[in-house]
Design a protein around this ligand. Structure first.
Ligand code: PMP
Length: 323
């Protein structure tokens, strides 16, 4: 009998990329888990998502150290017994970017691949998977239908009690289970014609979007963002706060009523994918004159200079990928 060894060939459905999984290189189409695995059934997968930028000195990962620190914090908050250290993960990230040229984003996941019967796993071995790819070319372009990219957002304040930020693990944990309630609320808002939602906390104060942090500019020209208590500690949020302080823009981290959004001169959301993303209306009410305002534009331009390695003052936030 002849034995035929089939090599997996990249097809339009399968990007030609390799993932780092527990120290081994695995082709994209083989990076799978069992449908009954704990992380899929119980939402226990922890992840972090970072961006890769072309700079005059080659590709670089933006704020790698901070992303890995947040990943370790999320694992600790969920109780995943991760056995990898920060420096080990940082070097695996750079290896993965090097092995996948043309990547613009990187997702790092920690999960329980074991098939379990109870919420507390008997086999608590944690796997780590690191994927570097281009979300547009490798994922979106392969879909039959695509959501158009909106340069500006129409925002909805989601005040329904069951969708509040309090029904989740601490907001600082980036764990799959925390995204189910915002997903349901955002899906509904999309059907009603809005692009993005902002969630409120258990006391009714503004919190964040499902995958973005929230900023507004008040009538005094101050930049305000909800305090750390009930939001994910976004790396872009932290970056924008630091850049605003550097540029002499007053910044406040405070409790904000939903009304503050309706009264704001400017509103924007921040995130690794979106960068600084202007909001042009809130609950159908136009923000300012319906166009991105001066503070938003100034911070967006500064942010873009920093991530692309064109501001020497902040070059230390870039981890270069030597090839
Ligand atoms: N809030 C939540 C709940 C998120 O998932 C994200 C995306 N990671 C953000 C805010 C923005 O964080 P970052 O700037 O680190 O992408």
């Amino acid at each position: 009998m002849r034995c035929v060894i089939l090599r997996a060939v990249a097809t339009p459905e399968t990007p030609d990329r390799r993932l780092w999984i527990d120290g081994e290189w695995v082709p994209w189409e083989r990076a799978t888990v069992h449908v009954l695995s704990h992380s899929l059934q119980r939402g226990s997968l922890v992840f972090d998502y970072m961006s890769i930028h072309g700079t005059p000195r080659g590709d670089a990962v933006f704020r790698l150290h901070e992303h890995v620190e947040r990943f370790l914090l999320s694992c600790a908050l969920v109780g995943l017994p991760l056995e990898r250290s920060g420096p080990e993960l940082e070097s695996a990230v750079l290896d993965t970017v090097r092995a996948n040229p043309g990547s613009t984003a990187l997702k790092m996941s920690a999960y329980l691949p074991s098939v379990e019967v109870d919420v507390v796993p008997v086999d608590d071995r944690v796997s780590v998977a690191i994927a570097a790819y281009d979300p547009v070319a490798d994922i979106l372009a392969r879909k039959a239908t695509r959501a158009p990219f909106k340069p500006e957002l129409r925002l909805w304040i989601e005040k329904e009690r069951r969708n509040r930020r309090s029904d989740i693990l601490p907001a600082q944990a980036k764990v799959a289970a925390n995204y189910t309630s915002p997903m349901a609320a955002k899906w509904k808002a999309r059907q009603a014609g809005y692009d993005e939602i902002v969630l409120v906390d258990e006391d009714g104060y503004l919190a964040e979007g499902p995958t973005t942090n929230l900023f507004l500019v008040n009538a005094e020209g101050e930049l305000c963002t909800p305090s750390e208590r009930n939001v994910l500690l976004g790396i872009t949020r932290r970056t924008v706060i630091e850049l605003a302080k550097h540029d002499g823009i007053p910044v406040q981290e405070v409790s904000l009523e939903p009304q503050a959004l309706h009264d704001a001169a400017e509103v924007f959301m921040t995130g690794t994918t979106a960068g600084v993303w202007p909001v042009v209306s809130v609950d159908d009410k136009t923000v300012g004159d319906g166009r991105p305002g001066p503070v938003t534009i100034r911070l967006r331009e500064h942010f873009e200079r920093v991530v692309s390695g064109r501001d020497p003052d902040f070059e230390h936030w870039l981890s270069y990928v030597e090839r």
